[in-house]
Design a protein around this ligand. Sequence first.
Ligand code: 5GP
Ligand code: MN
Length: 337
Amino acid sequence: MKPITEFFPQLSVPRKIVITMHQKPDPDAMGSSLALYHFLTQLNHTVTVISPTNWAAFLNWMPSSSDVLDYENNRQREKATEILKETDWLFCLDFNIIDRTKNLAPLINGLGCTKILIDHHQQPQTASFDYGISDVTKSSTSEMVYDFIVASGHEDKINTAIIECLYAGVIGDTGSFRHTSATESLHLMVAALKARGLDHTKVHDYIYDNFLENRLRFIGFVLLNRMEVFYEYNSALIAITKADLIRYEIKTGDTEGLVNYPLSIQGIKMAALVIDRDEERKWSFRSKGDFDVNLFARKNFNGGGHFNASGGRTYDSLEATVQRFKEALKENALQLQ
Ligand code: 5GP
Ligand code: MN
């Protein structure tokens, strides 16, 4: 993978471009992709954003989100496939292993186009990309897209659509500036966005105050009935059944942020959430301080991510995967003290 700076000179010639991101895009994946879309279209490129799967309805306020193609949607897959086969460049945002694009992965692996990575996750598969930047010290891919725009000499192109999408990505990935990844340079970027007219209250409302009553009732139910605290390991687990999802009519995105709740209990260093989805048991892990949940997810749950925030998946039953989690707690007893 060549440094992304070597790619800048090519930006001046209009091209066909596809931007994609990890499956079930979160505010950072969708925000960074749409910000890059609004930047590249101003340079006269023909740009399409393709998501491997559907996404949370609370992202639908993002400018041009209605133009994003959902590869899992039967009515859009063919069009997305055609556009991908014709594209000159493929930007891969907020993931670094092609597998994280789920059903899109075989198609992407077969493309001969130029592939460009912009990402901040650990263990990048750099051999899969022609150009790129992979920086685990960055708060978010949205911060990296901001850096990309500035470094390419086009700061003047940063408009309201770009500002709102980038800010959404940043607050999503930093827990609204709580995590250690919210550095001085990130705050300087936000200051620059404010100077350009960012309405941060509006974006916070879009992301955090944009749900239906059922989701809040679901959270109450889950915290009361589905959370187990393991004080001997300073850890907690929330395990959600298929029936829970049906009972509360839970949709993509409604469980976003749920894994963080147990971390508000004094002394809890690691929180886990497992959801019994049709095709898999989807895990999320969050930690405080020096417990490495990237390693924990990679070793035990076919996953990865960041030091303090990771995810994974298993294909056994909910009961079996919860049992495995409890064994993994025992194996990590020392690190969790
Ligand atoms: P979340 O819990 O929000 O789904 O994911 C937390 C972090 O871990 C995100 O940065 C996400 O990209 C990463 N992540 C989630 N699931 C997986 C997975 O199955 N594999 C890998 N490598 N990373 C994951
Ligand atoms: Mn991210």
